[in-house]
Write a protein that binds this ligand. Structure first.
Ligand SMILES: [Zn+2]
Ligand SMILES: [Zn+2]
Length: 440
């Protein structure tokens, strides 16, 4: 009998955590932060603050609430973050001490980011072993549990589908993913390998956009959208400011390439950009920073912006703050007037607003403030990393799971997924809340 515990990220977007148990052995898939709750609590996104305790963050809903699961956590032999987004790996450094004997298994970029998150922090647990698996690698965790990675595509490098194999069948964890055969960077989704694990007992599936018909566009489409905006504004002789997800290394690579084509020098501002770019370079994924300037400290930001003001047509300023987070670099540049915007300048949001009242309010306020400076604003120059209906269908056709657990979404999306799946497949869809136990 396999037991699956929905510890976080069911019925809500964030703090992802699922525990799979067979007899007395268990593994944990993801330990993530709930970013919206984290921003509300600490005013900052995309970064780990060192001051809050795990208990405080649990109370704020920013981490999965593990207090009630202490005995269960003693059985955990491996923590397996599926990819490097903070809603999947960001909780790991906070919660080491809740596990007595777990090792960490991750793909190269995921572990490189985890190392960056730990750097300088007090939460590094030297005694915890880290096992680096390739995106199609496998590892035996214990007598009864094996783990197989299968490369997925998403908006961060080295994202994987995780197959947890037990003597009573498999659980496949597909959280997050989309099907993209032109991702720009990294491996293609390995559906052939995944098909070897057909008919798993359960599939935990990223269902954020279960209500979106069609297929999520490829990253190559985002590259064309970016090129189009750059071609439109490059002759304005103004500065180009662009903000995107710091972990989206493929997008950053595209921005560098397009900037160079337009004869401009990209400069990067922000601590989280520095962390993710350092992580990518530490595993030789890209070489972005050696030729370009990255600024992460406040005093350096002002002097860099003075240089940009003198020759705005020569630069592309890449910075954090695409959600309008109040303490982010872009918000500070705009609200504190660190740069004198004019009608020649452009601000590009290479992102979408992540659903949530707080995010929507923050972004509206920031866009309004930029608009008042008369600078041009380009928004939604972006494609999502999350699956839509036809991506879901591809995965379901490949796996034909017995049960599907919608994850990473609100109840309304779970219901749409249930209607679709149960009308088209023999699979049963289980709409779970957090802290439930399911046995099969
Ligand atoms: Zn996620
Ligand atoms: Zn993700």
């Amino acid at each position: 009998m396999i037991e699956l515990f929905t510890l976080g990220g069911y019925g809500t977007v964030g703090r992802n955590m699922t525990l799979v148990k067979y007899k007395d052995e268990a593994v944990v898939l993801d330990i993530g932060l709930h970013l919206e709750n984290l921003i509300r609590f600490s005013g900052e996104n995309d970064d780990i603050r060192k001051t809050e305790s795990p208990e405080e963050l649990m109370k704020a809903g920013a981490l999965p609430d593990l207090i009630r699961h202490k005995t269960l956590l003693d059985k955990v032999l491996a923590i397996i973050p599926s990819h490097a987004h903070l809603d999947h790996v960001g909780g790991v450094p906070y919660l080491y001490r809740f596990f007595r004997k777990a090792e960490i298994i991750g793909s190269p970029f995921t572990l490189a980011v985890l190392n960056e998150l730990e750097r300088g922090g007090r939460r590094k647990a030297a005694s915890i072993q880290k096992i680096r698996l390739s995106v199609n690698g496998k590892h035996r965790v214990s007598r009864n549990i094996k783990v197989q990675f299968v490369s997925a595509s998403h908006s961060v490098p080295d994202a994987v589908f995780v197959v947890v194999q037990t003597p009573d069948g498999n659980v496949v964890y597909a959280n997050d993913f989309k099907i993209d055969f032109s991702p720009g960077l990294g491996s293609l989704p390995n559906l052939r390998k995944l098909s070897k694990f057909r008919k798993p007992k359960a599939l935990v599936m990223d269902s954020l956009y279960a209500g979106k018909m069609g297929k999520t566009p490829s990253e190559s489409v985002a590259k064309e959208m970016l090129s189009d905006v750059f071609l439109q504004v490059k002759n304005q002789k103004g500065a180009i400011f662009i903000t995107t997800f710091s972990s989206h290394i493929a997008r950053l690579k595209e921005i560098v390439e397009i900037s160079r084509k337009c004869g401009r020098t990209p400069v990067f501002i922000g601590r989280s950009l520095f962390k993710y770019m350092t992580a990518a370079e530490s595993i030789d994924l890209v070489d972005l920073s050696s030729k370009h300037r990255i600024v992460r400290f406040n005093d350096k930001i002002v002097s860099l912006l003075r240089k940009v003001e003198q020759n705005p047509e020569k630069y592309v300023v890449v910075c954090t703050g695409h959600q309008g987070e109040p303490n982010s670099v872009l918000s500070r540049i705009v609200y504190n007037r660190l740069y004198g915007f004019s009608s020649k300048d452009s601000v590009i949001f290479s992102s979408i607003v992540i659903p949530g009242e707080e995010n929507i309010r923050n972004r509206e306020r920031l866009e309004l403030a930029i608009d008042k400076t008369r600078a041009r604003v380009f928004r939604d120059i972006h494609v999502s990393g999350h699956a839509s209906r036809e991506d879901h269908r591809e995965l379901l056709d490949t796996l034909l799971p017995e049960k599907v657990f919608p994850a990473h979404c609100e109840l309304s999306s779970s219901k749409i997924l249930k209607d679709f799946v149960e009308a088209s497949y023999d699979s049963k869809v289980i709409i779970a809340s957090e802290h439930e136990r399911h046995a099969f």
